[in-house]
Design a protein around this ligand. Sequence first.
Ligand SMILES: [Zn+2]
Length: 396
Amino acid sequence: MSTLVLCGQLFTGDNFIEKGCVVVDQLKGTITEAGPKSEVNEPKDARRIEVEGSTILPGLIDAHMHFFGSKKYDIVEWLTTPETLVALRSVADARKLLRAGFTAVRDLGSKAGPYLRRAVDEGVIEGPRIVQAAKSLSQTGGNDDVPILPIGISEQLSYSYYCDGPWECRKAVRKVVRDGGDLVKVYASGSMSQGTKVRRQFTLEELKAIVDEAGSAQMKVASHAYGEEALTNSVEAGVHSIEHGIGLTPEIAKRMQKSGIFYVPTLSAYLAVKPTTEEHVKLIERHLSEDLELAKQYHVKVVAGSDFVGCDTEPHGENYLEIVNLAKYMGNREALIASTSGAASCLGLENSGWVKAGYEADLVIAKGNPIADPRNLAPNHILHVIRKGQLHTVNG
Ligand SMILES: [Zn+2]
């Protein structure tokens, strides 16, 4: 039996249908029909899943995460955990993500990303579709350079390529291409893990070289940016998405909207880690109020990304928290769009993120109604996950 019929409440990717139905061709891995129950032709010999009070949604997407395979939130541990152990833990994380309803993730910098993607694509391990940046790009002394280690050791262990000047930056992009990265991740500024002063990193000239080189390989650039200078440089260089984006201004928000640059504010990461300084507390407060408000006001495309790395304070499987946090600022429907159809568009998944005929059958069935309360997407509410037509029953 290769046809699956799902019936329940339906969130299509932007719309809610009280009594919906979805027909899935499991062999092709696509959706044959979807819509109000009264309008869908249900094949007679199909397997039916009808759960009263449950909701069918496009598979969830986390547009910013990392497969670090580490226990602690600690950059030295991220660099020094043996790669085999990272890989083994990440295999478990990939499975947890899928079973938590995530059918696609974007890994923005890790050592394991390209190989995990390959193992999932080969069907060797269970996991979501992985779009990954391979190693990220950082300047010397930048975000992922740990000053307590000799520079050669830090560079060797880092999940970033260190590069300075436009030609080294181009070479680093070429290494990401060689590694099999799907996009390029760049650190255009420091971050809070670097102490009190968050400064811009990479010059505009370097960022432009990175975007140009990535473009020649048909790859997009995701830019980690805090502060006006790094944000302006990233927008000016033509990146595809701004990650974190702390310190938005009306001017930057306007330019992002005009250029169609996605905004991934990664709220959960800031709410998961206790700020250590007064300056950090202020930055986070501003991010959760003003930045989000500006994004809303200027209609910037906000996308859900947890920035979870898989450690004990940011465990994979709990990534739905980003949807819950976004919902507080944007509303429930907008938060669901940001984690389904909106995120698919950010990841370049043209055939996914919607419950529509002809689209890939990436779906999740959750107990309750996540439009009424996104906490209904917690792992214990996930009944079934369908990835490319294949049914995984989680809490059936
Ligand atoms: Zn990140």
